[in-house]
Design a binder for this molecule. Structure first.
Ligand code: ZN
Length: 380
């Protein structure tokens, strides 16, 4: 039984999606540059190492217009007692814990401020270095805005439930019902900061027949913060968090049905108009383009709700253009199945609308609340 934590789907909207799909198959000329804006990009990795921003600008070239720029809020501990001289660079490389690394925000801010104005205009820096299970977490976000006014557009990507990561984080485990998280979203509503939230909709290797474990808590959280702008990363999917199926024996082509149903119900729910979905990460793209049927089903939904999806790579400190462009290329069959307008919105238009509004609102909040705002050194 599909849970009714979201309002029911209107058939009319769904049919519109099918009509759109028809239109899509007609005209899919190669879009003009830039090909996309990247709503999900990590400049540094789990040991806070990354690529030089000027080298990254080279990788972007003319194909990538703007980028939501952030690090990774967690540092992977290198515990000699655990892996000896082997230096882990990823959370799957060792059992040693992860801990919140707040300096990432100063690093991202300084990186942004090292650019000239034209280069700055291509980036939307995001604050990530806070602990969402700490009632003081929101104070870190406020302090970063006061310390680096004129820089940040949002918060995230930050995670609440993320497969093998959440349980490795030292300290209190983050949760969707923690008032510390409500304080953070209340502050984003006040300031205009856009949020990118990573929260797996379910536990790893979940029972295909069960309702996703975190679905109701997530629905309630999103509903509690209708005046915030929230991007649910990866549509709630992830590594080993696969699209739910209608029956254990369902073939690959039907397995995506329940997940799509949950998404459609959320999209049709007027109380959740402030929620967007990014389709970033190669792990997610592989689910979505796994079969003709899945591409068609996803395209029909995106064509029906073209203003609610954002493309992102979820690339982490890429050094080659090929690896950076990989996810965009993976989605080629989806791009071809979208109407030209839906493709424009998902790859560029929605980013511009959501992040321009965030920039404007956060700057206005800073002018109101940050003493002496305007003294940021201007290299432009
Ligand atoms: Zn990410």
């Amino acid at each position: 039984m599909i849970s009714n934590c979201f309002a029911t789907l209107s058939t009319r909207v769904w049919l519109a999606g099918c009509a759109f799909a028809l239109a899509a198959s007609v005209a899919h000329a190669e879009p003009e540059a830039p090909l996309f804006h990247d709503s999900h990009f990590h400049l540094t990795n789990y040991i806070q190492e990354g690529v030089d921003i000027q080298d990254f600008l080279e990788l972007m070239g003319d194909d990538v217009g703007r980028v939501a720029l952030f690090g990774i809020p967690l540092q992977q501990t290198w515990s000699h007692g655990n892996t000896g001289d082997f230096a882990p660079t990823y959370y799957l490389h060792t059992d040693a814990p992860l801990y919140y690394y707040s300096f990432t925000d100063a690093y991202i801010a300084q990186t942004y401020l090292s650019l000239d104005q034209a280069q700055r205009d291509r980036f939307d820096p995001m604050i990530t270095g806070f602990n969402p299970a700490d009632m003081y977490g929101v104070e870190h976000i406020r302090r970063v805005l006061h310390t680096f006014p004129g820089v940040f557009s949002g918060i995230g990507e930050f995670s609440i439930h993320k497969e093998f990561v959440s349980s490795k984080v030292a300290g209190e485990t983050a949760s969707l019902v923690d008032p510390a998280l409500d304080r953070i979203f209340e502050f984003t509503a006040e300031t205009g900061l856009v949020s990118i939230l990573h929260c797996d909709i379910d536990v790893p290797f979940a029972d295909q027949m069960q309702e996703p474990i975190y679905l109701r808590q997530m629905a309630a959280l999103l509903r509690r913060h209708s005046d915030a702008t929230i991007i649910w990363a990866h549509t709630g999917l992830g590594r080993v968090v696969t699209p739910k199926t209608s029956s254990a024996s369902a073939s690959a082509t039907t397995r995506s049905s329940n997940h799509l149903e949950y998404l459609k119900m959320a999209l049709a729910d007027e109380g959740l108009d402030h929620v967007y979905f990014d389709i970033s990460w190669d792990e997610v793209a592989k689910y979505i383009v796994a079969s003709e049927a899945r591409i068609e089903a996803m395209a029909a939904m995106v064509n029906a709700y073209p203003t609610r999806f954002l493309f992102g790579t979820d690339a982490v400190a890429p050094r080659e253009r090929e690896s950076y462009m990989k996810v965009y290329r993976q989605y080629a069959p989806l791009w071809d199945a979208l109407t030209p307008e839906a493709r424009r919105l998902v790859t560029r238009g929605n980013y511009e609308r959501v992040f321009d509004r965030a920039r404007e609102r956060v700057r206005a909040w800073e002018r109101e609340n940050v003493a002496g705002y305007g003294q940021v050194q201007d290299k432009g």
